[in-house]
Unconditional design. Structure first.
Ligand code: SF4
Ligand code: SF4
Length: 332
């Protein structure tokens, strides 16, 4: 166990890269893991898929620096992070202006339909089809599959996605996972805001305690939206304020809408959160560099951008405008 990661939580400087519970684009996950490991991230959160875990692990090993913890996620019931968009491309009219392609942040849609490994379920395409052809297929990650991964893969942490009203489902998942999870250094529980969320989190706390490992409450503000604009971070900050004021014991980490505006807002409010997780914003920020990392200058630029994002005290990190500016030219 690397106690440096626990120290980062205690020092309120913890950072996590979210590759995404449904994101399986291993060609992007490996270089992202490489960059963020070099940048000093504490944890990399990936889909509970052996190929994805191995891709992230290769990226971590390539960095050759202190390794972040690898985390896999599962859900106790329907959850927007665990879905994929679907449509039949044969039905699409030839003259459709194809708004679905334009809104997809990861270019997962083409004339062949949805490239499923790339789709991470953000939902932006679901309502734009003028014919209503696009639907979401949700799935529940089986705890048994995660236990299997814990047996065979270098995983240090598990995150359970839950929502108010899922207590019984959470309890079933926990019964299956508990013997394994408590051998790990970290458990995270991710939840979205709700007017009953505080009593709900306390009810989960009763289920999981006593807990012999660290616990993070992930305040999932506006899921999968950090790349849309600076304001998306406000929901997670508001939610974290509630957990810090009234929630059960544990570290509190922001997610869902986080971006370069997150730490400045945290500092402005003097909010004692312990860390921030970055998903769609981080992936979009680094995407232009991923295929050119053998060029040392490109790699150095990518690592600098990642450091500015995740290390709140790095000069420039407090400036949404500079971090969100067009990426420097990437040599081919
Ligand atoms: S817009 Fe979002 S939900 Fe639709 S295909 Fe792209 S990643 Fe998937
Ligand atoms: S918007 Fe609808 S009809 Fe048009 S290409 Fe996309 S899925 Fe097909």
């Amino acid at each position: 166990m690397d106690s440096g990661h626990l120290r980062a939580l205690a020092q309120r400087s913890w950072s996590k890269l979210i590759c995404g519970a449904s994101y399986q684009d291993t060609a992007s996950i490996e270089p992202l893991s490489w960059i963020f490991t070099l940048a000093g991230v504490n944890c990399i959160d990936v889909a509970a898929d052996p190929a994805v875990v191995q891709a992230a692990y290769r990226g971590i090993q390539r960095a050759g620096t202190p390794a972040p913890w690898l985390m896999v996620s599962l859900n106790d019931d329907t959850d927007p992070h665990f879905r994929k968009a679907h449509f039949d491309p044969e039905r699409c009219p030839a003259d459709c202006p194809r708004p679905c392609e334009r809104v997809c942040p990861v270019q997962a849609i083409s004339r062949a339909g949805v490239e499923l490994p790339r789709c991470y379920g953000c939902g932006r395409c679901l309502d734009v089809c003028p014919y209503g052809y696009i639907s979401a297929r949700t799935y529940v990650q089986r705890p048994g599959a995660v236990v299997e991964l814990l047996h065979h893969q270098p995983i240090a942490a598990v995150e359970i996605h839950t929502q108010v009203g899922h207590r019984e489902a959470f309890q079933r998942v926990w019964q299956e996972l508990q013997p394994w999870v408590t051998r790990l250094p970290l458990l995270a529980i991710s939840c979205q805001d709700h007017d009953q969320v505080i009593p709900y989190l306390w009810s989960l706390y009763e289920i999981i305690t006593p807990l012999p490992c660290a616990l993070i409450w992930q305040a999932d503000g506006r899921p999968m939206s950090g790349d849309i604009g600076a304001g998306t971070t406000q929901a997670t900050v508001r939610f974290a304020q509630k957990i810090l004021a009234q929630g059960p014991p544990g570290w509190v980490q922001l997610a869902g809408g986080t971006n370069a505006a997150t730490w400045p807002l945290v500092r402005q409010l003097n909010l004692p959160v312990h860390g921030v997780a970055y998903g769609s914003y981080a992936r979009k920020l680094l995407q232009p560099y991923l295929q050119n990392l053998d060029n040392e200058a490109v790699l150095a630029t990518a690592v600098t951008l990642a450091k500015r994002l995740i290390h709140p005290k790095t000069p420039g990190a407090a400036d949404w405008a500079s971090a969100a500016a067009p990426a420097p030219t990437v040599p081919g």
